[in-house]
Design a protein around this ligand. Structure first.
Ligand code: FO1
Length: 315
């Protein structure tokens, strides 16, 4: 599918790894990554867009491999000084990372769209894919817990996902509009497949699907919509996916991932460790190694997904 285009829906690091693989095996310009902005928040007067930035740093070869967010070779003078001043230090902003938040905040205040700013940063980072926020409108993920409702970063970073989650809501989603660049990519004549990256379905992909029109675009797509399960051997690779599934009373298996995406996917990619579940999944399944440790793993998974897509819609 060399002359064709691919859209990937992604959250933070898990999805960005596959997006990197896809950019490396597809021709330049063939990939659009539509990124969750439900994690975005204003902090210290700055607009922080964690999943967009993780995608930019990962595709730009600048990502911090240990943390899974922020930049490699980061320094932390700002944080240290902020702490001595008694400032808020639970959300860590590296010195280099800070420049992106300051510049984005300035440009947004000057009236530029988030789409334009992110496209410009992607170009400056030498990224050959389009990185697109799901929406220009503020959509904010709110986590419902027994102790009340929490803003996403309060739950995720400050409280390290400790409170038991009873539900999730996406404040502002009803009034939001999908970013025009995302709609354009999802309706392009050249579109060959839509890939739901192995991101957290509840916290990273659901906010994208909650933007009015987005779910319908996937349901009505005339190309295969393929999800890559974020579970390996019924465990989450990173982050709270497994914990959340247990708290929501959902079976901890790729079968539940297939059920969660039932109305939008045509097919599912499963890890080898979950091969035994294939017969219990009601859509076509492709089994391969989905754990992405090396760059080679990312490229190989991308090839597997694209090959599967070609077989699902030959020609
Ligand atoms: N995640 C953390 O666990 N701790 C942090 O201090 C933290 C800071 C941070 C700063 C900038 C940024 O772009 C992301 C950051 N993240 C941090 C990740 C962020 O919370 C993401 O929303 C989650 O990893 C979910 O994708």
């Amino acid at each position: 599918m060399s002359a064709r285009t691919i859209v990937a829906l992604s959250g933070g690091i898990g999805g960005a790894k596959l997006a990197l693989g896809l950019t490396r095996v597809l021709p330049p310009g063939a990939l659009t990554v539509v990124v969750n902005t439900g994690d975005d928040f204003e902090h210290l007067g700055l607009m922080i867009c964690p999943d967009l930035d993780t995608t930019l740093y990962t595709l730009g070869g600048l990502a911090n491999p240990e943390l899974g967010w922020g930049r490699a070779d980061e320094t932390w003078t700002f944080m240290r000084v902020l702490e001595t001043l008694g400032g808020e230090s639970w959300f860590r902003l590296g010195d280099g990372d800070l420049a992106l938040h300051v510049e984005r905040t300035r440009r947004l205040a000057a009236g530029e769209s988030l789409t334009t700013i992110i496209a410009d940063v992607a170009r400056r980072f030498g990224i050959g894919a389009a990185v697109v926020p799901m929406s220009e409108s503020p959509v904010r993920t709110r986590v419902l817990t027994a102790a009340g409702e929490l803003a996403f970063q309060d739950y995720f970073v400050r409280q390290r996902c400790a409170p038991a989650l009873t539900g999730v809501r996406f404040a502002g989603a009803d009034a939001a509009r999908a970013a025009p660049a995302a709609v354009e990519a999802l309706t392009a004549d050249s579109l060959a497949a839509i890939v739901i990256c192995p991101s957290n379905p509840y916290l990273s992909i659901d906010p994208i699907l909650a933007v009015p029109g987005m779910r319908q675009l996937l349901e009505q797509a005339r190309v295969p919509v393929i999800a890559v399960s974020p579970l390996v051997g019924s465990r989450a690779v990173k982050g709270p996916t497994a914990k959340i599934m247990q708290e929501l009373g959902v079976e901890l298996s790729a079968r539940a991932i297939a059920a969660h995406y039932a109305d939008v996917i045509d097919a599912l990619v499963l890890d080898e460790a979950d091969a035994g579940l294939a017969a219990h999944i009601p859509v076509p399944v492709h089994v391969c190694k989905t754990l992405m440790v090396s760059l080679g793993d990312r490229e190989q998974l991308a090839r597997e997904v694209l090959g599967f897509a070609s077989r699902l819609s030959p020609g």
